[in-house]
Each structure stands twice: as C-alpha cells, then as structure tokens.
Design a protein around this ligand. Structure first.
Ligand SMILES: [Cu+2]
Length: 148
C-alpha cells in the first residue's frame, strides 16, 4: 500500500515536472509587436527598431499591425525576402508573401520564427517603394534559447 502510494506520487511528480517544464518554455517565448506602438507603417526605421529589440529568439512571435486598405492609410503587407542581397536592394522578385494587405488588422498578423535562420522581412507594397523609401524592412536571426 505504501509502495503503491509512493509510485503514484512519483508519476504525479514526473507529470508536474513535465507540465511545468513546457509551461516554462512557453513562458519564455516572447510576442513582439513590430515597431512597438508605431506598428507597421511607412517611414519608421525598422532596422533600428530590430537592432534595439535584439536579441530575438527561436519561437518568438512577431506581430505586424496595420490597417486594411481604407481612405486614410496606405495598404501594407509582409514579405519574406530571399537573402541578404535582396534585402539590401528591396528586391521583391522572388520574395514570399506571408501577409497580404488585409492580414494586419484587428490583432495583427502573427509570425512565429521557428527556424534557426535569418529572416528578412519587408513590406511588399509600391513595388519595393515602402521597403526602400519607407524603411519598412528589418532582419532577424533568432537565437536558440536554452532553458533547464
Ligand atoms: Cu507598406
């Protein structure tokens, strides 16, 4: 009887450790609003913002907030550029659209950085004009986060 109780409490203990470990890991992943209170708009220096908000980590979520097209704001979007060269040039030719002009409304568009790789984000509107002149681009290399 005493042994059985001991076994149960051991299993329960292991479960609790497992649960708290996953909660611990989830608690560490951050949700970051791109641009902070500036959100995602034309003419804000996002490279600077990314620099000030680094390091960012694997499984951190970036939230892009921008209003869907209306009479008072320009439409925006989110593209992943292919490499550093296309990032520098705001070359959208082989870029991948991850959020269209309507995806940034309400709670915003959420992008989780799951891979250990550089991410080159840019607005794809105006054929690169928002990226180039509007400074709507930034690069992130999410670091692995160690937790024990
Ligand atoms: Cu834009």
């Amino acid at each position: 009887m005493a042994f059985k109780c001991g076994a149960i409490s051991y299993a329960e203990g292991a479960l609790i450790i497992l649960l708290s470990a996953s909660m611990f890991a989830a608690g560490f992943a951050k949700t970051i609003v791109v641009g902070g209170t500036e959100n995602w708009h034309f003419g804000f220096n996002y490279t600077n913002w990314a620099f000030q908000n680094s390091p960012m980590y694997l499984n951190d979520a970036l939230v892009f907030k921008f209003e869907p097209p209306n009479n008072t704001t320009f439409p925006h979007s989110v593209y992943l550029l292919r490499d550093f060269r296309s990032f520098l040039a705001c070359d959208l030719r082989r870029a991948k659209m991850v959020a269209n002009v309507t995806h940034g409304g309400r709670k915003g568009f959420k992008f989780v950085m799951k891979k250990w790789q550089p991410y080159y984000f840019a607005c794809g509107e105006g054929g690169g004009f928002h990226c180039k002149t509007g400074m709507m681009k930034f690069a992130v290399f999410p670091l692995p986060r160690y937790h024990f």
